[in-house]
Design a protein around this ligand. Structure first.
Ligand SMILES: Cc1cc2nc3c(=O)[nH]c(=O)nc-3n(C[C@H](O)[C@H](O)[C@H](O)COP(=O)(O)OP(=O)(O)OC[C@H]3O[C@@H](n4cnc5c(N)ncnc54)[C@H](O)[C@@H]3O)c2cc1C
Length: 468
């Protein structure tokens, strides 16, 4: 682990925060050297836990004055290294900023960045409401982290991603200035949408200290089904047809055969039939849900579905819990296999079957075991090339699979990342995806953070980087 322990003198923090909210000891610095990604850890020089916007502002102003980098941190569940303090400096952890103010009559809530997704939904449920983007790491991920990465999950196909729910943000800029962007209203045409600049910016423009987000009612009716297919091609073609037919499921997930096997192995149970599988869920408040389910079933049968199993409301949690275990199952597989990369591409829905085939072909050709799973209704596919620990040749082959897939997705008109963010790992694909717009991103970064102290080394590749 990289530890240039005294790369930045952070003694000034003692004049800014109470001593019990600053840590410079090794074990704390080690804990915040790495998020949940596969990237190399880097030790910060100090970790701080501010409790208010004013304290965040004081830390940023003092660090800015001295040229000390600051990396925001919430739940630490990021999968692309966005929270790794690659230039050391300060990790600023907002986990204590957990205010929740629900306005049921306005269908919105104003929340602190440290509120954990599941905790927010528990609070909202008291009012019959929920924050619906859905995320598999809901027990760890916070609203601040979700805004910073524009996170989403199972339910984005119906309810949209985090960005679609952000109405107003309070942000502390790199020099400590506090700004409000957006309003707590459903619509506005007033000027540039600055809140959208901060959503998905992964802490490179400032620290989100408060957010007003739109929330929705808990749906009255839910139906779900587990559907298996003779091949992944038929499963994915069925997804494209369900979406193409104008149906709006609340979730439509693809799980490949290898992933069903790994989940069963991880859970030591027959949670899923070991075959290419779709998990479908429909929500409604009025009538019509049965017709939607039957329509979807007809499409699946047109694609030779091998089985259709209706899942009752009580069993739904078990099915989603099994699906959530995909990543832990990849990580736990075998004694010495580990994911070399965690892919997160998105393509236009009509290209989804082609993308899934492409991943399988590239993995076979390069002899890499690559399980896949995805929020298929959004065209979002996750894949995890598994390699033996320490096997550099296998890692090189996995890297080729990863590069081929990301490049193919971009060339199909898609994106390198649907929800995990660019962080460290996707910077090299930014040129291929954004072309000349990458220069505009650099201009914006320089304008908002001229000293370059706000989460440096993330999102935008260095000018001399051989970006693809
Ligand atoms: C098992 C597992 C399942 C996952 N499933 C999903 C999924 O379904 N969908 C999905 O989208 N992601 C998923 N993720 C990834 C991760 O949970 C999300 O990226 C999440 O949004 C990160 O939230 P966090 O609070 O942990 O943020 P962190 O990991 O702490 O930070 C993420 C990024 O946001 C920045 N940041 C954090 N807080 C702030 C702030 N207050 N202001 C400005 N910048 C900030 C950090 O600097 C970093 O760049 C999964 C991860 C795991 C481990």
């Amino acid at each position: 682990m990289s530890d240039k322990a005294s790369s930045h003198d952070c003694g000034f923090l003692e004049d800014v925060l109470p001593a019990d909210r600053i840590a410079v000891d090794r074990s704390n610095r080690e804990e915040f050297a790495l998020d949940a990604s596969v990237h190399e850890p880097v030790m910060p020089d100090a970790v701080v836990w501010p409790q208010s916007t004013e304290e965040v502002s004081d830390v940023l102003a003092a660090a800015h004055e001295r040229g000390v980098p600051v990396t925001p941190w919430s739940g630490g569940s990021g999968l692309e290294g966005g929270g790794i303090p690659v230039e050391h400096g300060i990790v600023l952890n907002v986990k204590d900023m957990t205010g929740v103010d629900v306005e049921p009559e306005n269908l919105q809530a104003t929340v602190g960045p440290g509120v954990v997704y599941d905790d927010l939904n528990e609070e909202l449920a008291k009012h019959g409401l929920r924050f619906p983007p859905g995320i598999s790491s809901g027990d760890i991920a916070t609203i601040g982290g979700m805004i910073a990465t524009n996170a989403s999950g199972f339910n984005a196909v119906k309810y949209g991603e985090t960005r679609d729910h952000v109405r107003r943000l309070e942000v502390v800029l790199p020099d400590g200035e506090v700004v409000e962007c957006g309003r707590g209203v459903v619509k506005t045409s007033s000027g540039y949408s600055l809140k959208d600049l901060f959503v998905g910016s992964e802490g490179t423009f400032g620290v989100v200290t408060e957010a007003t987000i739109a929330v929705s009612g808990i749906p009255e009716h839910k139906r779900a089904a587990l559907v298996t297919f003779p091949s992944r091609t038929e499963a994915c073609a069925a997804v494209a047809d369900v979406i193409g037919a104008g149906l709006v499921p609340a979730a439509i997930e693809f799980v490949d055969t290898l992933t069903t096997e790994l989940i069963n192995e991880y859970r030591d149970a027959d949670a899923l039939t070991e075959a290419p599988t779709l998990i479908l869920e429909f929500h409604a408040n009025n009538s019509g849900i049965e017709e939607d389910v039957e329509f979807a079933r007809g499409i699946c049968e047109d694609h030779d579905a091998s089985s259709w199993e209706a899942v009752g409301e009580r069993e739904m949690d078990d099915v989603w819990s099994a699906r959530r275990d995909a990543l832990p199952a990849y990580r736990a597989h075998g004694e010495d296999l580990e994911p070399a990369f965690l892919g997160d591409v998105v393509v236009p829905i009509a290209n989804y079957p082609e993308l899934v085939e492409m991943v399988a072909d590239a993995s076979e050709e390069l002899d890499v075991l690559t399980p896949t799973v995805g929020h298929a209704g959004d065209g979002n596919l996750h894949y995890a090339p598994l390699v033996p620990e320490g096997d550099e040749d296998a890692r090189e082959r996995a890297s080729k699979v990863h590069e081929r897939v990301v490049e193919a997705a971009i060339d199909m008109g898609g994106t390198a990342t649907g929800e995990h963010g660019v962080g460290l790992g996707k910077r090299k694909f930014m040129r291929r995806e954004h072309g000349g717009a990458l220069e505009l991103m650099r201009t914006l970064k320089d304008a908002v953070d001229p000293a370059g102290t706000m989460n440096p080394g993330k999102v935008v590749p260095d000018v001399d980087d051989s970006s693809k």
